[in-house]
Ligand binder design. Structure first.
Ligand code: FE2
Length: 487
């Protein structure tokens, strides 16, 4: 591996608009350039890494403490608020007055509370059963926050029933309200799948048989199944048990997709019980994020952003591979891709759908698990660090797309769909993204007509402070946010 500029001060993921902000603030009556539509209302939340203390050793972008930015929109006006996720690890560091936990690139200390790494809750933010849930990509504890104040209420353990934690990217069935999630780790069972019902009751969490630990990140749901991923990015089995195992890309092994009935595990089933999984072998790859999955007859269709060569410095990367952004050892070359899993034959057909580099894809969440037509994918800018210089609206039915490119020097984040009041069409609503000028830190939320994003933003909400580049976002409609539940 090449030397990486990961020490504080030289780390590109601590510079420019990757740098953290220090202030938690509230601001109302924000300036709007253009006009905010009055036919939608809700809270646009986004999380990201915002290290409070100077990193201990080398820093990885995934290490920073979770910070939530929230823009509340209603009646054509907007207010802003940002708050840290008050995690157990951050409390330990506040007590010490400095960073205590090592990051991903350093040797971890398993003796630290919740260790070996600090669960920052910085990766994903979803609203389920009356609570905003801050989730971490490595899994573990779930932090529940309240709206509108973004107060961290504490750890949501589902009355002690959550035995193995929860990773980022649970999927909420828009029809039943069931939330399906995974958790993974270095010790058996290496993967679990679970569900929480619409009222916030944990239904089950059962083990999934894997040959060894793999680098998990996402899942998908269909009407009847959870679609699990056993990617060819696995922990190096030649050096187990060190506590800091290396991840390798097994390019001679398949990436597998596993179908599990979402309703088959009985209520109360625990990780001592095993899920019944049907596996399908596909070409080796890695995928951070799925877009959607659905059933059509005997087939399950899965779309996502696939990476064929996911490790930087891998000597086996094909000769014609482009130079793309990296995140330490992770190489970001994702393309829109579709797999079709045939449940009758067990065969997989697969193929790339576009040659544009895109990631952090989202759809209209009302279509999650059902056939969907549109996907909104931020476009990866050429360069060393992961920045999005625009986004693409894909039409999967017609095989068409349209794009919006931000002003030179400005970048956006995940693009989230917010339905218009009374919407019936899939793209009848608005697209929202936090957008910043990298050098100056000027930050805005841009609002687009989802039917015509290439026309540019219909409204730009000027934010009172810089919003650093971040991770995942969520639209919580005002009617949903009104249903809040204490811990
Ligand atoms: Fe993610």
């Amino acid at each position: 591996m090449p030397d990486l500029p990961t020490s504080p001060g030289k780390n590109p993921y601590l510079l420019g608009n990757f740098a953290p902000v220090e202030r938690e603030c509230d601001a109302s009556d924000l300036q709007v350039i253009g006009e905010l539509p009055t036919d939608f209302a809700g809270v646009f939340v986004r999380t990201g890494a915002n290290p409070v203390y100077r990193p201990k050793g080398r820093y990885h972008w995934f290490d920073g403490d979770g910070m939530i930015h929230a823009l509340t929109i209603g009646g054509g006006q907007a207010t802003y608020r940002n708050r840290l996720v008050q995690t157990r690890g951050l409390a330990v560091e506040r007590e010490a007055g400095e960073a205590v936990y090592a990051g991903l690139l350093e040797r971890p200390n398993p003796k630290l509370p919740g260790g070996p790494f600090k669960n920052t809750g910085n990766t994903d933010i979803v609203y389920h059963a009356g609570q905003l849930l801050a989730l971490w990509w490595m899994g573990g504890d779930v932090y529940a926050l309240s709206l509108p104040d973004l107060n961290t209420m504490g750890i949501q353990d589902y009355r002690g029933k959550l035995r193995r934690g929860m990773t980022a990217h649970p999927k909420i069935d828009p029809r039943s309200g069931q939330m399906v999630f995974i958790d993974y780790g270095p010790r058996p069972p290496f993967l679990t799948v679970g569900s929480v019902d619409a009222t916030g009751e944990l239904e089950y969490q059962v083990a999934v048989d894997l040959p060894g630990p793999s680098l998990q990140h996402d899942l998908a749901i269909t009407e009847n199944f959870a679609v699990l991923i056993d990617p060819a990015m696995r922990v190096d089995r030649s050096r187990p048990g060190t506590g800091h195992e290396k991840v390798v890309f097994e390019r001679d092994q398949p990436t597998r997709f596993g179908l599990v009935s979402r309703t088959a595990p009985k209520r109360g089933a625990t990780p001592d019980e095993r899920a019944d999984v049907t596996w399908f072998a596909a070409k080796p790859c890695y995928m951070y994020h799925t877009i959607n999955a659905w059933e059509q007859g005997d087939e399950v269709v899965l779309v996502g952003c696939r990476i064929a060569d996911p490790l930087a410095g891998d000597p086996n990367i094909r000769a014609d591979a482009p130079k793309v952004p990296t995140l330490a050892h992770l190489r970001i070359e994702p393309y829109l891709y579709r797999w079709v899993l045939n449940r009758k034959t067990g065969q997989v057909s697969e193929g790339r759908l576009d040659d544009t580099l895109t990631e952090f894809p989202r759809i209209n969440d009302r279509y999650l698990g059902a056939r969907s037509r549109y996907s909104y994918n931020p476009r990866v800018q050429a360069g060393n660090t992961l920045l999005f210089d625009g986004f693409v609206k894909y039409d999967l039915e017609r095989g068409a797309s349209e794009s919006h490119v931000y002003t030179q020097g400005w970048h956006g984040g995940e693009v989230v769909f917010a339905p218009r009041d009374g919407a019936t069409a899939e793209d009848d609503g608005y697209l929202l993204s936090y957008v910043s000028e990298f050098a100056s830190g000027r930050s805005e939320v841009h609002v687009f007509d989802a039917k015509r994003p290439a026309d540019g933003p219909i409204a730009r909400v000027v934010l009172p402070q810089r919003v650093p580049e971040g991770f995942h976002a969520e639209w919580v409609p005002a009617t949903t946010a009104a249903f809040s539940r204490p811990l």
